[in-house]
Design a protein around this ligand. Structure first.
Ligand code: FE
Length: 343
């Protein structure tokens, strides 16, 4: 995530209070990286003539909107991860939106039943496997607790949103008891203390610290095409993607999404933006530029993402996954996952 200087944020805030509140604009607060959403916002402006004003934040989005209260200039909130979307709803900074167009475009499992958030892209939580040392072509989520992987698994913190969502999905599929036993087995299999983001786990595989790792799909595309950082290119090319599954044969997915802000001053334009983001053109851009999976049924991902193999996405409603987050977080602490394998 990009950090904005206070000055830049202030300049934007001033801008919002003036011209941006006029007709023909939609104001966006986002945790998403500028390069990931700008192409899709440019396409929106080209089609509708509505200008976008974006405030990029790396933390405190919900707190900021709550503090701004009724005077908040934000119309649409865009973020990754189901937990951040549900947190925005719980913080009372979103409003229910029941829009036929949007509901017709987005499958029900990827949106809030009450219309407070909408999933716009999917990403799968998969296994990065060493091309050199792993011959397995199928690994289930349950397999990650198999002693055959002892000392061979790397992952980022269990308390990170992406892992909490996966553990929450496990709780929904299995039971809290079975999930805790699984997590204990997974901890025992770690090659090192959980640390860093998803990409460095691929780096740890290259360094020989582990053979497999947990990571999101789009990072593989981003690593393999990283012209600025040859090291990441090497990491991305050193691993295969394996789609782990639950017993239903389906792989855990998370979303990036959008929500209509509670006090959206340009409500109509905000709705138009979410309609656009759910639509075909935006879905295509997301797929090509970001290596994410479109939520539009039947729309194919990019060639790069297709090269990973076929994703069979879990149909567990994201809202149900979100409901187990607290239990998942407490479980991570209880088993001491982040302490690493030896404790
Ligand atoms: Fe990410």
């Amino acid at each position: 995530m990009r950090t904005n200087s206070a000055a830049a944020a202030f300049a934007l805030a001033s801008l919002f209070s003036g011209a941006a509140l006029a007709d023909g604009t939609v104001n966006i607060y986002t945790y998403r990286q500028p390069e990931l959403i700008q192409p899709v916002l440019d396409a929106f402006t080209a089609e509708t003539g509505i200008k976008t004003e974006v405030l990029f934040l790396d933390k405190g989005l919900a707190e900021r909107v709550a503090a701004e209260g009724q005077n908040s200039p934000v119309d649409v909130i865009m973020t990754v991860d189901i937990s951040r979307l549900t947190a925005a709803k719980e913080a009372g900074i979103t409003q229910a939106l029941n829009d036929e167009t949007i509901n017709g475009l987005l499958p029900a499992e990827y949106r809030d039943p009450e219309g407070h958030w909408f999933g716009l892209t999917k990403r799968a939580r998969v296994v990065y496997a060493s091309k050199d040392r792993v011959t397995d072509t199928a690994i289930t989520y349950a397999d990650l607790a198999d002693p055959k992987w002892k000392g061979k698994i790397c992952m980022r913190s269990g308390q990170h949103d992406y892992n909490l969502a996966l553990i929450s999905a496990a709780i929904a599929h299995w039971s809290p008891e079975k999930t805790e036993a699984w997590l204990t087995g997974l901890k025992a299999n770690l090659g090192r203390k959980p640390d860093g983001g998803d990409r460095p786990q691929a780096g740890a595989i290259v360094a020989g610290e582990c053979d497999i790792a947990l990571g999101n799909t789009y990072y593989v595309g981003l690593m393999r095409t990283n012209e600025k950082d040859p090291k990441e290119k090497e990491w991305g090319n050193a691993i295969n993607v394996i789609f782990p599954t639950f017993e239903n044969g389906l792989t855990h997915v998370n979303i990036s999404g959008a929500a209509l802000a509670k006090n959206a001053p340009n409500r109509e334009n905000g709705v138009k933006l979410i309609q656009f983001l759910a639509g075909h053109k935006a879905q295509q851009i997301y797929a090509e530029a970001n290596y994410e999976y479109p939520v539009e049924p039947g729309l194919e991902p990019s060639e790069m993402v297709k090269s990973f193999g076929e994703l069979k996405a879990d149909t567990l409603p994201l809202a149900e996954i979100a409901s187990h987050r607290k239990a998942a977080s407490e479980m991570v602490d209880r088993v001491g996952l982040d302490d690493g394998p030896s404790s």
